[in-house]
Each structure stands twice: as C-alpha cells, then as structure tokens.
Design a protein around this ligand. Sequence first.
Ligand SMILES: NC(=O)c1ccc[n+]([C@@H]2O[C@H](COP(=O)([O-])OP(=O)(O)OC[C@H]3O[C@@H](n4cnc5c(N)ncnc54)[C@H](OP(=O)(O)O)[C@@H]3O)[C@@H](O)[C@H]2O)c1
Length: 325
Amino acid sequence: MIAIAIARPGGPEVLQPIDVPVPAPGSREVLIRVSAAGVNRPDIMQRDGKYPPPPGASDIPGLEVSGVVAACGPSVERWREGDRVCALVSGGGYAEYCLAPDVQCLPVPSTLDLVSAGGVPETFFTVWANAFERGRLRAGESFLVHGGSSGIGTTAIQMARAFGARVFATAGTEEKCAACERLGAERAINYKTENFAAILLNLTNGRGIDVILDMVGGAYFSRNVDLLALEGRLLQIAVLHGARAEINLVRLLRQRLTITGATLRSRTVQEKGAIAGAVERLVWPLVEAGKIRPVIYATFPLIEAADAHRLMESGSHIGKIVLTV
Ligand SMILES: NC(=O)c1ccc[n+]([C@@H]2O[C@H](COP(=O)([O-])OP(=O)(O)OC[C@H]3O[C@@H](n4cnc5c(N)ncnc54)[C@H](OP(=O)(O)O)[C@@H]3O)[C@@H](O)[C@H]2O)c1
C-alpha cells in the first residue's frame, strides 16, 4: 500500500509517499480501507519532530480515518467486513489501509459521507473529553473557545451550542469570526482588533465565563483565569503561544476555579474506547439530526499531503483539512 512517511523532521516536503506492506490486525484490531484521513495540527508538530508518536504507535502520521472495514482480528465482535466506520488512531492514518482498536471505531452517521467522516474523530473526541467530561459544561452555562475557526474550534462551537450553552469564540480575522457566528457563536471576537476579556465581561454582566477551552496558552493563561466566573473551569489543550504562564493564585481561591489539561493521544485504548462510547451515545444523535457536522474546508489526494500541511500552516483555513484516498 501507499503511505505517507516523515522522511526526517522538517517542512512539508519531508512528507513522502512510500510503499509498505498492508498491516495485519491484532486480536482486537480492525483493518480499515481508508477513504479519508483528517489532518490535524498535531500532525504538523509530529512532522517538525516536536510530537513523537507514543510507544507502540505507527510512525506514519494521521490521527483519524474513515473508510470501510477490510478485515477484523479474531476477537473483534462488533464490526464486520464492509462496515463503514470512522476511527481515532494513534498514528498511521495517512495511508491506504490503517489499523484501529475496535473500541475506537464508530459507525459513520447517515448524515455524513465518508470524506466528511474522516475529519470527525480527533476533534469530536477531544472536545467531548475536555469541554464536557473534564469541564462538565452544562446547558445554560457560558462557553468560550479560543481559535474558534480551527478544526477543534468549529467542532466545539457546534457541540456546545447543541447542548444548550451560550457560546463565544475568538479568531484572528473578520472572516473567521463571521464563520464562528454562523456555526452558532453568539459573538466571535477578533482578538487582533478587540479585547476579548473586556467584551465578554460586558456581555456576561461582569460575571465572566463558566468554561474556557484554550489552545493558545502563554499570555492567554492569566487573561483566561481573570475571565472565569465563580466555579469556572479552564481546559488547556495546547500551548501554541508558549508553555510558561503566571497565575494569580488568590483569584483561583476566591473564584473556586478548576484548571485542567489533557492530550488525547497518550490516553489508553480503554480510555479512548470510553470516550468513543460517550460520543456515540450522546453526540452521534445530534450528528444524525443534522445539528452538528464537521466543517470541511479542503480536501487533497493522499499523495499531496505536503500541500495539505502547507495550507494548514498558512493558517487561512476554516475548519478541517482532509486527505482522500
Ligand atoms: N490536547 C489534545 O488532545 C488535542 C487534540 C487535538 C488538537 N489539539 C490542539 O488543538 C489545537 C487546534 O488543532 P486543530 O487541528 O484544530 O488546528 P488548526 O485547525 O490548525 O487550528 C489552529 C488554530 O489556532 C489559532 N492559532 C493561534 N495561535 C496560533 C499559532 N501560533 N500558530 C498556529 N495557529 C494559531 C489559529 O487561528 P487564528 O488565525 O484565529 O489565530 C488556528 O485557528 C492545536 O494546537 C492542537 O495541537 C489538542
């Protein structure tokens, strides 16, 4: 099969097609004939040499796929050859075939084609596990996602809105802000021209935001802490602007805040399976009802993965970039 390898750490040009054997499924694994593979920001970090695959994971990039089940390991019960699935994987997605643990596969909702489904698992699982499980976001609460036009952001806005939250977002251009508002944000703030904290304090009558999902970090950390409402929760999922930050601990005490962070990839198969179960039970019905859908900005043939990375690094995309096979 053709797969895309990272020849050495570097720019998009190090992504090169190689010929490798089709992998054989282990006992509880499913072999998927890939239709589409989502491109995620962590793939860029992996290509740059800054996010190595966890032990035991394929060194071929790609954290999510959709496709048709081609073979099942002997202990797989739920899936059969020919089933249409999408799956979260810890690597190996940029390929014609990909292995996934059976519990990390989900049926493709009837409202999605296979290409769109390839852009679902990584962001849906991440948003669910952070905003709803760790962050306990509830209907009626206010929710802010930074990077609202990202793959993560476009998913978070729709999911939070569908569960009845009051949604706000930040993004770096007027066009991105307009897209966030079309997806369900009550107000999206262009952080390059406006002060998001002042605007959101005003819109919440000084109360602040209940749950913040942040990928920026750095100087945003203390601004987020200052913006949280009483009993507010800050979910840190990346640190695009820096890993070091200062906090006013008095505010943490007075406001009874919760600050937490997590990465999805390093979690066990069992934990990812539990997230998959919750997503299927609670989020899939909203996808089936057409209330949430992945925002696919562009597709590229698998062998043009380098161009897909160039687009992501340009930062001009809104939503997901997907490779098709
Ligand atoms: N913890 C986890 O489990 C987990 C899982 C998946 C993804 N993530 C993280 O979530 C973030 C979003 O992932 P994604 O795949 O949705 O990526 P993406 O679509 O490329 O989005 C990145 C967003 O970040 C904003 N941004 C702010 N500062 C940036 C900078 N210095 N460089 C690049 N972008 C910057 C950009 O929007 P503006 O133009 O508006 O600034 C852009 O919308 C990534 O940092 C990724 O590592 C974490």
